[in-house]
Design a protein around this ligand. Sequence first.
Ligand code: FAD
Length: 495
Amino acid sequence: MVDGKEMFFPFTIHYSPSTFSRMSVDKIETDLVVLGAGPGGYAAAFRAADHGLKVMLVDTEANPGGVCLYKGCIPSKALLHAAKVVNEARHAKEFGIEFSEPKVDAAKLFSWKNEVVKKLTGGLGQLTKQRKIEFIQGQGSFLNSKTLQVAKAHGGIVEVNFKNIIIATGSRPHTLPGWPYESENILNSTGALSLGQIPPTLLVVGGGYIGLELGSVYAALGTKVTVVEALDSILAGADSDLVLPLKRKLDSEMEIILKTKVGFVKESGDGVTVSLDGAEGVKERTFHKVLVSIGRKPNSTGLGLENTQVKVSSKGFIEIKPNRETDEPGVYAIGDVAGDPMLAHKASHEGFAAVESILGEVSVFEPKAIPAVVFTDPEIAWCGLTESDAKAKGIEVEIARFPWAASGRATSLGRSDGVTKLIVDPKTELVLGMGLCGPGAGELIAEGVLAIEMGATVSDLALTIHPHPTLSETVMEASEVFFGHATHLYRPKRK
Ligand code: FAD
């Protein structure tokens, strides 16, 4: 990171072929190399070491963690926690407890966030040592299908001969062509996570989960946030009935402009001037900071893959088989670099599948459900089949919806704006999908994932005794809605 700007690598080493020939090169043999130590790579390395393999883990950072721990899931959730505290203090007024407006010490907040990251990545470093995994901080690229060359961060070259390798190099933010990314006012998610100040205004380009999460953080801390999305909805991909309560709440906290394209105009002392091209024509507006969060692209270039049989798709994803092996025997790929969804837990589980295959077991990565969570307030979470997917694919489903206005727990939290829904196969009554909107949705969705993975029917969920009063009861009551006998909602089944 330099001045809050993300570079592909924290350091980049340019060695010419003649420099290489003059350098002493250490040669190492190992069972397994894992290239990239994000949640895919470190989880795979740990699992392989636990099964007795000699493992080497290579990453450009000083400790394992990857994007998730250094500049993704963890720092964003630390800042979102701070935002939640601020918002809850503000809303306490509704039940008679009034606090004065919070004073935000930005330097302290960002340094607390950095401490969280340091603690967790340091912990992973310890776990790596305990497992006797050789960790090399450096940048790796393939010399051929059995040799990885690593330019070490602190000088020197290592050539590693391996029996198997797992590529887990992750992804990086997409950029808008023609924008001056060297400007300190134009940020990607990494820059927004380490800004160290609360800007008076912020434009978020892109209404996906990363933009909304980071926009929510700054809105809570006092920034006037504007989100501009080219499509006609935020969070395209999530069911619209789940997005609705979030959209309503966000509309009271920030400006959201849909069906509008953003263009760069100029930078001045006042910030960044952009053009907003939408239904009302083209307007120019100026913001102190602009966060461009328009998706991520896989890190599949610069790895020397041309020296192997590994194939890369037109979108830059490494092509893999169900066991995560590429077209090159013994070369596996997992995580963001190997395809959507780009999520940490998907990366880790792909890592386990790859290791099983390397250990000689029959292994395929075919989950029935991968949960997706948007950690805004309210949170949105879903897994398995979505209602919109079912519609698009012509799959006949029945939807059982339980509004949180009928939940005692939600009402006692002052949060009756949520919803829990089940997507059910009407013939077999199998639970095919679950969706939630409300505080804690990200925790509650795990029950849906388990139900789908275990092949649970909707009556299994209805008959499972859920603790009272909890938000988890909304899952049970949504199941009861399916049968037309939810205790706290009178909605008889249509005959
Ligand atoms: P990464 O975590 O991207 O790690 C790859 C590592 O490989 C990096 O450390 C990189 O430096 C290293 N590397 C790359 N090339 C080389 C090379 N040639 N040599 C050596 N090392 C190399 N996901 C969730 O599931 N939940 C969330 O809440 C969530 N929030 C997010 C918030 C933000 C702001 C962002 C940006 C992402 C978020 N994600 C979240 C996505 C999540 O971070 C990724 O899906 C996950 O990190 C992917 O893991 P990975 O193992 O594939 O690779």
